[in-house]
Design a protein around this ligand. Sequence first.
Ligand SMILES: *Cc1c(COP(=O)(O)O)cnc(C)c1O
Length: 355
Amino acid sequence: MSSDKKLKPETLAISAGRPVPVPDGELNTPIALNSTFHAGGPIGYGRYGNETWTALEDAISALEGGETLVFASGQAAATAIFNLLPIGAPVVLSDEGYQGIAALLKGFHESGRLEVRFVEATNTAAVLEAAKGAALLWLESPTNPALENVDLKTIIAGAKKLGVGVAVDNTLATPLTQKPLEFGADFVMHSVTKYFAGHSDIILGSVSTNDPALYKRLGDVRKLSGAIPGPFEVWLALRGIRTFPLRFRAAEANAKELAKRLAGHAKVSKVRYPGFGGMISFELTCDAAGTDLVTQSAKIITNTTSLGGIESMWERRRRWATESHKISESLIRFSVGCEDVDDLWDDITASLGKI
Ligand SMILES: *Cc1c(COP(=O)(O)O)cnc(C)c1O
């Protein structure tokens, strides 16, 4: 059941994707464990559809717009989009975006599957120049982990004039900040693993689109590639998405305060905060080893990759060999959680005290 899209996201996250109310009917969608169905209905087989998937898809569609398909992971969701492109199709990608997508596309480029062009996403004119003749423009804003804002509205409008398809990875910003389908994007992708599910316990992805033909083709890719999610993981994400707006706002309030405090700390040389959301990247006055000491010293904030969990986590991004060398060795990407802000600050200052 799709909810009224005029309702606020705080309401939609709670009310969308529930069974039709009937006396003694279930309030919550169950975990539907079936590999097959009695003949004659619209689903037919467990790889083609599932009641629990549909409930989460309705909830994500209510928040992001369009129609949604859930996938086994964010990477599987992105791969499904790339699967729609013909062999050798040119794809334009930000050189400061999620490393998993960049690595996937680099592999496709090397094998000749796609032709990948990297571009600086904060340079709107350069993006539109690179997009000429491309099949797909892949965007992420803010950039990751530099957290620079990209002018999505202008770039998407320009790309549409050029006849270029646009996909936006909206994992970091979430629909509480921006809804790229409203700017004209063809696809919005999420790592549902992050803010939507929110508890760092499952891996899941989604794609939303306003175009019924693209929705049908993506559905066929999911069916035939088999990149389907497990109903239990989907059910956990559905439970998680009920509190997504509450968690996101709480994390955002903490992040706004901590970004301010970090900017005044003597060991911090630069704070990157896009002005919204729960992600902060900051650079230290010390080297990589000193930065590792800081990230390993925290008692509440965990030294982990990933983001969007209710728990605060941080990491030195350059500990990954695949991270862009434009990113400073001392940059810490901090996914601010929902703990008490003063407890977090005490943890940060004690950790910074080690260097
Ligand atoms: C984590 C992440 C992905 C990949 O999603 P998985 O669920 O880990 O497969 C893609 N984009 C962004 C921005 C992410 O943070």
